[in-house]
Design a protein around this ligand. Structure first.
Ligand code: FE2
Length: 259
């Protein structure tokens, strides 16, 4: 079975790319299960119930989130009841939502998806390295195929988590930086990994934002209202081929221009 992970969907250009291109891409790449990180889908920050439903309808089986999980008001009540939209597991235990879910692939195979937040420059309530053990145990009790989205800034954390989970999950996929790293691989123990899957959105930008606005904020140190850019739209991510027993045989980067 082949799993497609679609990297951080950024703003309307990213969401449009998913809606217009994902259904056909699933067929072209013979995808049995698709995870989409949707944490920047609402104008670059956060997600809304309406947009989540549209991404699911376009072919996402599960949507993962990240540090902007609470950016949009009203989303918390949707997240509390959503079964296929998950947030980082290591947020406050008092917040709504879940960090692990199981959904069926096209052939009926159950697939568990886990979402975690990094510790560096992030507001994680608990260490991802502490939280991950119980999560992986719970995931593996329900599914052989386990996909982990580790939403983190630091490459070191993401490489370390991939090593910790090698041989125990199908894939550890880094998200958040919006820059795809050139290290898609299957580790010695059979777990696929990439430090960052990239961004689905406008790449003629500064990680999704209109370049001129991001540069103005960096140059002046003053607040500048950000807007998503428009040009150079790509779907980015990785495709992971499974061995039928929960480990991976291949992990290839995906970069698809969406004109
Ligand atoms: Fe993020």
């Amino acid at each position: 079975m082949r799993v497609l992970f679609v990297a951080d969907v950024f703003g309307a250009p990213g969401r449009r790319a998913v809606e217009e291109r994902l259904p056909r891409l699933r067929e072209e790449l013979d995808v049995g299960f698709c995870v989409v990180n949707g944490e920047n889908a609402a104008d670059g920050r956060g997600l809304t119930a309406k947009l989540a439903e549209r991404i699911l309808a376009a072919g996402a089986d599960v949507i993962t989130l990240g540090n902007h999980v609470w950016a949009r008001s009203g989303f918390d009540s949707y997240l509390a009841r959503a079964e296929r939209v998950i947030r980082p597991a290591n947020l406050s235990t008092s917040s709504p939502g879940r960090g692990l879910t199981v959904a069926a692939a096209t052939d009926g195979t159950p697939v568990a998806v886990v979402n975690l937040l990094g510790s560096l420059f992030m507001d994680a309530a608990a260490s991802p390295f502490d939280a991950v053990e119980a999560l992986v145990e719970a995931a593996r009790a329900q599914a052989d195929v386990v996909i982990v989205d580790f939403h983190a800034e630091a490459t070191s954390e993401k490489v370390a988590l991939a090593r910790i989970l090698d041989g125990r999950v199908t894939a550890v996929i880094g998200t958040h930086t919006h820059v795809q790293t050139a290290d898609a691989r299957v580790q010695r123990g059979g777990t696929a990994a990439i430090t960052d899957a990239g961004m689905t959105g406008p790449h003629d930008s500064v990680i999704g934002v209109e370049a001129e606005l991001a540069i103005r904020r960096l140059r002046t140190g003053m607040p500048v209202r950000f807007h998503p850019a428009e040009g150079g739209v790509r779907i980015e991510g990785v495709i992971v081929a499974g061995d039928g027993g929960g480990l991976a045989t291949a992990c290839e980067p995906v970069r698809v221009n969406v004109p």
